[in-house]
Design a protein around this ligand. Sequence first.
Ligand code: IMP
Length: 425
Amino acid sequence: MPANIVIGTQWGDEGKGKVIDILASRAQVVVRSQGGNNAGHTVVSGGQTYKLHLVPSGILYPDTMCLVGAGVVLDPKDFIGEIDEMERRGISTKNLKIDPRAHVVMPWHITLDGLSETFRGGNDIGTTKRGIGPTYMDKYERCGIRVCDLIDPVLLEQKARSTGELKNKIITAVYGGQAHDLDAVIAEYKAYGERLKPYVADVSVLTYEAYKAGKTILFEGAQATLLDIDFGTYPFVTSSHPLSGGVCVGTGVGPKMIDNIIGVAKAYTTRVGKGPFPTELFDETGETIRNKGGEFGTTTGRPRRTGWFDAVIVRHSVRVNGLDGLAINKLDTLSGIGDLKICTGYVKPDGTKLHDFPSSLEELAECAPIYEEFPGFDDDISACRKFEDLPETCRKYIERLEELCECKVVMVGVGPDRDQQIERQ
Ligand code: IMP
């Protein structure tokens, strides 16, 4: 399968990193298309742990080309920090490239992310405060600073000064915050531009050339479907398109190039940040899932909210992403927690039943889940490598997920290690 996309189907943190690592080991090119350092995943390789936020996961393979597409928002300070860390640990970054069209996260974006969240008070979004939303705002306002500006000291000076003056006015006059010292920012970012210059290349062209040469390409998604700015739980979403369609616009490739789209889901549901979550568990089972599954944010360390698998959500993801297959992760976390539930649909207070995920958050907030119950399992499934090795209760659970989500389950995760994965054809 030459061009594969891996997408999150829920609210993020589905364990995409593991599926991406498995597929990255078979790819010659790995591409990031959207989001920024709000994403994060941990790769364990050769007994070493690497925390990646912006650098694509193929970086651990010396011959794999790692590309950061135009749709990504790049915090140069963090990106350089990741490059330095890799080089310090003997990992070469010679195959790492960034598209000149990618927008740059400037210090005022981070400041404004924090200030606007504080201003919203109890109605805050619960962002990662990495400046992601304000950077995308400037992109669409058409006053953003791009990587091609960052590496040109004259353009950077001009653009950072004019935008910076406006942003300082907003920070001080609207929010009562502290202005940024523009001379210091410009000097700092000029140095970042100088440092990043050798990494800049047209990612759309590189990806297309790799495609024409028949290379295997992996597009690694960040965030997930329900965090999509249009098809997620707006406004509790991120500011990009973490959908399969977002890969095409965020890289600069056509949809006909894509062969296979894999959606990753957990065997249950989690979310960080605010917003309605119909299958959320507030009891001991929810706490057990959180602790057993290590459900604490990679980027922020925040405890994640936990709940039962919601087939309405994953069905929505199957449709909006055109999924070819589902990877169900962390099935082992459900061992020993008692009987299991799957949400098959929603019911509203007036008795109306919903099969499809509603567009309105207010409607979602009043939805109660309709559950199907399954006997639980206590077996240790971590050594299972074939679907047939799983206990019957697990197989039935997965087969029902396939029916309800209308998509084949092609992978099942049974433990944290890369090899603790069942692959089905
Ligand atoms: P932002 O992307 O920092 O603007 O945050 C917007 C929302 O997306 C918040 O609820 C974040 O917690 C959530 N979010 C952003 N990135 C991720 C991710 O990689 N995993 C899970 N949630 C995320």
